[in-house]
Design a protein around this ligand. Structure first.
Ligand SMILES: Cc1cc2nc3c(=O)[nH]c(=O)nc-3n(C[C@H](O)[C@H](O)[C@H](O)COP(=O)(O)O)c2cc1C
Ligand SMILES: [Mn+2]
Length: 490
């Protein structure tokens, strides 16, 4: 059974010893970040041994409790998706990808249950939802009712960090949901941090091209059942509905309810919903914001979201996250994405054996890819493939290694990569889109990338010297020493 809503997930986390309640009053301005840093980060960076989720019951200045670090470990991501291992989600995706076009009647019959299952993930419209237990409109709207964090000292203000931003493609009418931070300017206005390559930004651009003086409806849900809450950050293709994907993840359709003041739909189980619009001719300075790079992202001009109506549960929980020096909570979200989408990558590029995005590479700065190399130039072909694959386009450095390198063992990767390189020969530079948060690129959103071909070089690639074997002890000697081992008394 899928989680009904966020609070059911909170109860689950508590039962599993994955959540602590904080009863003392703590200020959402900086203090909650500092507490979260001490709990979540001092527990060490080992993937499975980080601190618990925190439910702040008395954020200073608000009556709404605040949940942070809810997804800050591999275990909690597994609980969120209700699987024993993240690979189980990948296996399910693989099952669907393996559905080849049916050849005959028998094949068609075999596919029916899967197709029915697929159909059952589509979002379902419902008449009413808990998210509307309280409705406030116009001057009764006050974002400061909620314990919105100011995360870091130089932040430009308070930021909503875990929103689901709903818009419709003005041309196709298709829904998009993205997680884009929102800087609170006043009681009823926020920024809308649509980075230029993201789907929300595309909706904005298309609407503006059609009618520069118009506006676009936007609704924002904060806090929902875990699969739905996480769906906003999934790097899936444009016009593929994130709510459908959430339904797939939770194995139950997401129930959607129409907003009070615009025609967008939002998850009925949302804790809090902000309804409003973005003017297509209005931009405002957004930032700085202490970002997941571990540095402040600089000020920039972004669209402005006007909130006309707030709806929420009677006793809502405010879901948020803190980004900052890696690893933070978002590392575990990214790690789950890496695991879950690996089969999709492999389907398109079967030569890919495994990929890793180390926390220190903050997703887009470093991807290590192991391939089964089959032909000359294969490593460079994979680099090009990754640079053209959805949001992997942002990858600043790609390291391609042979299939026998464990990409998750960074020591092995560093050692074997450095040994395999003839730098002038094996480094590939290209230009292309850069992540908006990359502060080193000469121009925002555009910069260079580097690929390292750290595979064994072949004669067919112009390498005529012999390539040495890796040093490994032979089996027989190992067996003899195993037999001797006790007697050696070491
Ligand atoms: C905690 C967190 C905060 C994020 N903030 C932003 C943001 O402010 N702007 C942005 O464009 N993307 C942000 N992202 C990344 C997007 O959510 C992600 O790229 C997503 O796939 C965008 O959805 P879209 O592909 O439908 O545009 C954030 C991701 C996380 C996990
Ligand atoms: Mn999207």
């Amino acid at each position: 059974m899928a989680y009904r809503d966020l609070r059911e997930f909170v109860r689950k986390l508590e039962k599993e010893g994955e959540l602590k309640r904080v009863q003392a009053e703590v200020d959402p301005v900086l203090e909650i970040t500092e507490v979260t840093q001490r709990v979540a980060r001092d527990a060490g960076s080992a993937a499975n041994s980080v601190g618990p989720a925190l439910l702040f019951e008395k954020p200073k200045g608000s009556r709404v409790p605040l949940l942070v670090n809810a997804f800050g470990s591999v275990r909690r991501m597994e609980l969120a998706f209700e699987v024993a291992r993240l690979d189980d989600v990948a296996e399910r995706i693989k099952g669907f990808l393996a559905m080849e076009s049916p050849q005959g009647l028998f094949d068609k019959l075999k596919m029916l249950p899967k197709l029915a299952e697929l159909g059952s993930f589509f979002p379902k419209s419902v008449k009413n939802g808990d998210c509307k237990e309280v409705v406030r409109k116009g001057v009764d709207v006050n974002l400061f009712d909620f314990p919105i964090l100011k995360c870091w000292p130089q932040d430009g203000g308070r930021f909503i960090t875990f929103p689901l931003v709903f818009t419709r493609n003005p041309e196709t009418g298709k829904r998009n949901v993205g997680m884009y931070r929102m800087q609170v300017y006043d009681e009823r206005t926020t920024g809308m941090h649509w980075q230029t390559q993201k789907h929300g930004a595309e909706h904005f651009r298309r609407a503006r091209a059609a009618n520069p003086e118009g506006r676009i409806a936007v609704s924002v849900a904060i806090g929902a059942d875990p699969a739905t809450a996480l769906a906003g950050m999934l790097p899936i293709p444009p016009d593929l509905d994130e709510m459908m994907f959430a339904g797939f993840l939770r194995r139950e359709p997401v129930e959607m309810v129409t907003c009070e003041t615009n025609d967008l739909e939002v998850p009925a189980n949302a804790e809090i919903v902000l309804e409003g619009y973005v003017n297509l001719n209005e931009m405002r300075v957004e930032g700085p914001f202490g970002d997941h790079t571990g540095f402040y992202s600089l000020e920039g001009d972004y669209p402005v979201f006007h909130v006309e109506c707030v709806t929420h549960k009677k006793d809502p929980i405010y879901l948020t996250t803190v980004v900052g020096p890696p690893p933070q909570e978002d590392y575990f979200m990214g790690y789950a994405v890496e695991r879950v989408f690996l089969p999709v990558m492999k389907m398109q590029y079967p030569e890919i054996v495994d990929v890793a995005m180390p926390a220190e590479g903050i997703f887009h700065n470093l991807m290590i890819v192991a391939i089964r190399k089959s032909y000359p130039g294969h490593a460079r072909k994979i680099m090009s493939a990754i640079w053209s694959l959805g949001q992997a386009m942002f990858t600043k450095v790609i390291v391609v290694v042979d299939h026998d390198v464990d990409v998750h063992n960074y020591k092995e990767v560093a050692w074997k990569t450095l040994c395999a390189l003839d730098p002038e020969r094996d480094v590939q530079f290209v230009f292309g889109p850069a992540d908006t948060l990359d502060h080193a690129s000469r121009i925002q959103d555009y910069g260079s990338k580097m690929g390292l071909d750290a595979t064994r070089k072949w004669a067919s690639e112009g390498f005529t010297r012999p390539w040495p074997d890796e040093i490994l002890m032979d089996k027989d000697t190992k067996a003899r020493v195993d037999a001797l081992w006790k007697a050696l008394n070491l």
